[in-house]
Ligand binder design. Structure first.
Ligand code: MRU
Length: 356
């Protein structure tokens, strides 16, 4: 594994295959530094996934797909089947809630077994390209829906302008290019609204404990030149109640068959705040994040992470030594609190009784 400092002014691919290795943006050092990780061993990829150097459900799916190609090149699925299977399983289970990881590992594994490294790599490239296209589609469909749902607010506040930049969009965690390959899910919608001249401001919550909103989403919003203000997680329901946001847009790590949605811890609280305020609450996720095998949110495995992430911030202790902490990485928002799910292929209006 290698690490190089690079400065990018244009597009960054969060995860890709370059020169016989997986190339990742190391998200643990953003926004202070933009560094790429070059990973050519499965164990290093698993470690990178666990420490969140690569994160976000769709990006994990692509990383997992390339991981299988890596396992095929390292072990050769037919030469050392046991080592290959063990390597694949270690990638597949590195993070349990984001369904894309296991799904994409399961898609590439039989291809690797049948056709070896080259076939696995070609399949992983296809998955990367599908994610790229999905982000564009979700951005467009989501921006259309938000414009429709917030049209009333435009008429109230906007006066003569047909399409004023009047949309204030709250969001959590990081759902941008860093969480996919480029552009993202919920943040792709915000980016599209901005490109269409409709965004008044984005309101990312900082997203304790690992601050994906404060560190990563602000970094992406700045790069896209979109107006934004950061808030602490606990301010979100109050801002919603005070009428300071028109829509809440979140991503998803797993959408159960009934529409219940697992996403970053704090999403459920945003949904409750949005319902209280009568603000649309929209989930944006590719079809690959829908898991029909999981019937309801109660069946979704939630990743519990190390308490150190709560008792400290970026290596600085904020609680007395020995303080115990509870640290679920995700929560589940019941479908009854979700206005709509926007995927790369459809819009499901749960508020109108539509189902998956
Ligand atoms: O723990 P993380 O940073 O991997 O959590 C990510 C999220 O919760 C995202 O909202 C989700 O994966 C959707 S990403 C487009």
């Amino acid at each position: 594994m290698g690490s190089t400092a690079e400065h990018h002014e244009s597009k960054i691919r969060t995860v890709d295959w370059v020169d016989d290795a997986v190339l990742l943006v190391d998200q643990t050092v953003l926004p202070q530094r933009v560094e790429m990780l070059r990973i050519d061993r499965v164990a290093d990829l698993v470690a990178a996934i666990v420490r969140l150097s690569v994160r976000g459900a769709p990006a994990l799916g692509v990383a997992g797909a390339y991981g299988v190609a890596l396992a095929a090149s390292q072990h050769g699925p037919t030469a050392d089947r046991e080592a290959f299977d063990g390597a694949v399983e270690s990638i597949r289970t590195a993070r349990p809630t984001a369904v894309n990881l296991a799904l994409m590992v399961d898609r590439v594994t039989p291809v690797a077994v049948a056709g070896g490294f080259e076939a696995a790599l070609a399949e992983a490239d296809r998955i990367r390209d599908e994610e790229l296209a999905a982000s564009v589609a979700m951005g467009d469909a989501g921006a259309d829906l938000v414009a429709e749902l917030v049209a009333g607010a435009g008429a109230r506040a906007g006066g003569a302008d047909a399409e004023p930049a009047n949309i204030r969009a709250m969001t959590i965690c990081n759902t941008g290019g860093l969480a996919t390959v480029e552009r993202g899910t919920a943040l792709a919608v915000i980016q599209t609204l901005h490109e269409r001249g409709r965004l008044a401001e984005a309101l990312p919550v900082e997203t304790r404990p690992l601050l994906q909103g404060g560190r990563l989403t602000t970094w992406e919003l700045r790069r896209m030149g979109a107006p934004h203000r950061l808030l602490v997680d606990s301010a979100a329901p109050f801002l919603l109640a005070r009428g300071q946001a028109d829509v809440v847009l979140i991503g998803a790590d797993r959408v159960a068959g009934n529409g219940d949605t697992a996403n970053k811890i704090g999403s459920f609280g945003l949904a409750l705040g949005a319902a209280h305020a009568g603000v649309p609450f929209i989930v944006v996720a590719p079809e690959t994040t829908i898991d029909l095998q999981t019937l309801t949110g109660a069946d979704i495995e939630i990743e519990d992470r190390d308490g150190d992430e709560v008792t400290g911030v970026r290596g600085i202790a904020i609680a007395p030594e020995g303080t115990e902490a509870v640290n679920p990485a995700f929560d589940v928002t019941p479908v009854g609190l979700i206005t709509a799910l926007v995927t790369d292929r459809r819009v499901v209006r749960f508020d109108r009784g539509e189902t998956l």
